[in-house]
Design a protein around this ligand. Structure first.
Ligand code: ATP
Ligand code: MG
Length: 298
């Protein structure tokens, strides 16, 4: 039987008014030990947000940062698998949900750590005619509870792996107005570029600093001969000018998927591979961005 989030982690909605009044405060208190929150977003789905998030988490933690990752994709969680924590039990303690612990001590919270089985979806209750609006509201509410219920502790950076869709970012900034920055992921196809431009416009409207764009799956290196070819019909050999910093161009490497499926971030075991070096440079830029931001704030 499908379970609702409230069945799993809440008290099912009693004392709603009291909860609403204190929700913002509870979330702020929970995140008080978290120095930076960075969202990873894209317009289109399936462009590699989750695999980039998992790689960034691995690389940032390796560089000495205390990292947490929230899989904000409540309907299609994947971070738990990519960081190899799906078999860990997440229990609700007196202070909240203790996150799973991934490689290098990465604290991971993902909806699929709470679901009782692989084929169980999260469902939303609501009147049929209002289902669309209701669903959006429920998602924001569930995300808030999910963020608030997790015992994050002290973190230097919390990465939020967002579900696809440009409107997800304003949903997040309605909960966390002082988001440190956003990383935008795209692939070299005209459809993706069209959608990512909209996502960038939305990000600008939220006022959240845009760290930059990652162009993923940009080319394919043949595992036999090493020769590189385009995976998608190229939109131009130079990265598109989207008016925001270009953080890097990541090739398609099937070993990245294989490692993600095994739950071991490729970048940790294969630091000298070209794809790991590129992801390393991207992680370095994110780190630098956060560092200069905190220096500016001083
Ligand atoms: N550069 C890459 N090389 C090889 N495989 C990749 C690369 N980028 C992503 N993938 C693979 O492509 C698939 C989709 O990537 P991923 O799940 O990270 O996308 P997503 O943007 O998070 O998708 P969704 O929008 O559904 O959340 C995954 O199997 C992932 O391992
Ligand atoms: Mg994803």
């Amino acid at each position: 039987m499908a379970k609702r989030y409230a069945d799993m982690a809440g008290d099912g909605g009693s004392n709603i008014l009291g909860q609403v009044r204190s929700q913002g405060e509870r979330l702020r208190a929970r995140l008080s030990g978290v120095r930076n929150v960075v969202a990873i977003t894209s317009g289109k789905g399936g462009v590699g947000k989750s695999v980039i998030t998992a790689s960034l988490a691995a690389l940032l933690s390796q560089a000495g940062e205390k990292v947490g990752v929230l899989d904000a994709d409540i309907n299609g969680p994947s971070i738990g698998k990519m960081l190899g924590v799906r078999d860990q039990e997440v229990a609700m303690g007196a202070d909240g949900l203790a996150p799973a612990i991934g490689p290098n001590g990465i604290r991971v919270m993902s909806m699929d750590l709470l679901l009782p089985g692989d084929d169980v979806p999260v469902t939303w209750d609501g009147p049929d005619q209002e289902a669309y609006v209701w669903r959006g509201t429920m998602e924001v509410g569930a995300l808030r509870e999910f963020l608030t219920d997790t015992v994050w502790g002290e973190l230097s950076v919390l990465l939020l792996d967002l579900p696809p869709g440009a409107e997800r970012l304003p949903n997040v900034t309605s909960l966390i107005p002082d988001l440190s920055g956003v990383v935008v992921v795209t692939i070299p196809s005209e459809v993706s570029l069209l959608v990512v431009r909209k996502a960038i416009t939305v990000a600008r409207e939220t006022g959240v600093p845009i760290i930059g764009v990652v162009e993923n799956m940009a080319g394919y290196a043949c595992t036999h001969c090493g020769k590189e070819g385009a995976l998608f019909r190229s939109v131009g050999s130079a990265p598109p000018d989207l008016g925001i910093p270009h953080l890097g161009t990541v090739p398609f490497d099937p070993r990245l998927t294989e490692a993600a499926d095994r739950g071991t971030p490729f970048v940790l075991d294969n630091p000298d591979e070209p794809v790991s070096k590129i992801l390393g440079e991207i992680a370095q830029q994110v780190r630098q961005f956060l560092k200069s931001k905190s220096e500016d704030a001083r």
